[in-house]
Design a binder for this molecule. Structure first.
Ligand SMILES: O=C(O)/C=C/c1cccc(O)c1O
Ligand SMILES: [Fe+2]
Length: 314
């Protein structure tokens, strides 16, 4: 049973920033290529590994991983609001399979997902309910972080489950990364108001959401102008990681530590956990070929911006 994969950076700033036309066009070209890859594969099921940015998961209960049996988009940054098309029985079977392989995952019967999960579905499929999708939350912003080996093992376990389907064409998605350090608050440095949001800031008022988003939009403008107090992108780190993922041997990733990742590639570099899980899932079906790889460091989007597409080798 073969699998296919698309991993892509997301950025809410795609809709709110104005990079040079050549850069915006290159990104749109990468999306076009990924869309054509997906159209050609024609998936019947998507398993989407995505982080959250304190829109669905908060410090009142923060799991490292969570499989959604149902899911609803919260509509941040103008992304689609409302239910995803989640095949609940398949999701339940997946959670059982993973639990039996010694990986502890939370489950949610009403997972709330943000731009991290929604943006790739909108870009690749034009909507959030076009193809049955099992959402898998992978914590990429909130300390403490599990080891990268654990993330790889989650991906391998999920991939092994997917290879048992004779009747599906499964696409695994990974959303997030690469190097980037957007102004998502950190518990250790947050003031009381920010801590209240990090603890249980579900369903903010429109005014509160707007203020939070405007801060990120303003930071992106300043970052592009060279005046933002956030960590710079790290193209060498990004491209080295993409080369490892493309190689088919993910073992070097086990040595990556959260501390070094944040130091080298910013506090949101932990979002690459979704890419690692997705590639590990793909690898469970055997050797794979990378069909497409795109990378640009784009300050206007606060993102080392990558897109990869791959498929089990024939
Ligand atoms: O505002 C947020 O919660 C996150 C913003 C952001 C900005 C740039 C790249 C990303 O991956 C983000 O999630
Ligand atoms: Fe993100």
């Amino acid at each position: 049973m073969s699998l296919a994969l698309v991993t892509m950076s997301h950025s809410p700033l795609l809709e709110y920033a104005d990079p040079p036309a050549e850069v915006a066009d290159a990104v749109q070209g990468a999306f076009d290529t990924a869309r054509a890859f997906v159209k050609d594969y024609d998936p019947t099921l998507v398993v989407s590994f995505a982080p959250d940015h304190y829109n669905g998961f908060f410090y009142d209960l923060m799991p490292p991983f969570c499989i959604g049996y149902e899911a609803v988009g919260v509509g941040d940054y103008g992304t689609a609001e409302g239910p995803l098309n989640v095949p609940a029985e398949r999701a339940e079977e997946l959670a059982q399979w993973v639990a039996e392989r010694d990986i502890d995952v939370a489950i949610s019967r009403r997972m709330e997902v943000d731009h991290g999960a929604i943006q790739p579905l909108e870009i690749l499929f034009g909507g959030i309910d076009a193809v049955p999708t099992i959402p898998v939350f992978v914590n990429g912003v909130a300390k403490p972080f599990v080891t990268m080996r654990r993330v790889r093992r989650l991906g391998e376990a999920i991939g092994a489950f997917l290879t048992t389907f004779e009747d599906e064409r499964v696409l695994v998605l990974g959303s997030g990364g690469l190097s980037h350090d957007p102004p998502v608050p950190q518990w250790a440095t947050a003031d009381d108001a920010a801590r209240a949001m990090l603890l249980s800031g579900r369903h903010p008022t429109a005014v509160a959401r707007q203020a939070r988003q405007q801060r990120v939009i303003d930071t992106a403008k300043a970052f592009a102008a060279g005046t933002a107090a956030i960590q710079d992108l790290n193209p060498a780190w990004d491209q080295a990681l993409m080369a490892t993922l493309a190689s088919g041997d993910l073992s070097p990733i086990d040595a990556m530590t959260p501390e070094q990742m944040a130091k080298d590639a910013g506090n949101s570099s932990h979002e690459v956990r979704t890419w690692v899980a997705a590639f590990a899932a793909l690898g469970a079906a055997g050797p794979y070929d990378v069909a497409y790889s795109f990378y640009r460091p784009i300050r206007e989007y606060i993102a080392g911006f990558g897109v990869m597409a791959a498929r089990t080798a024939p």
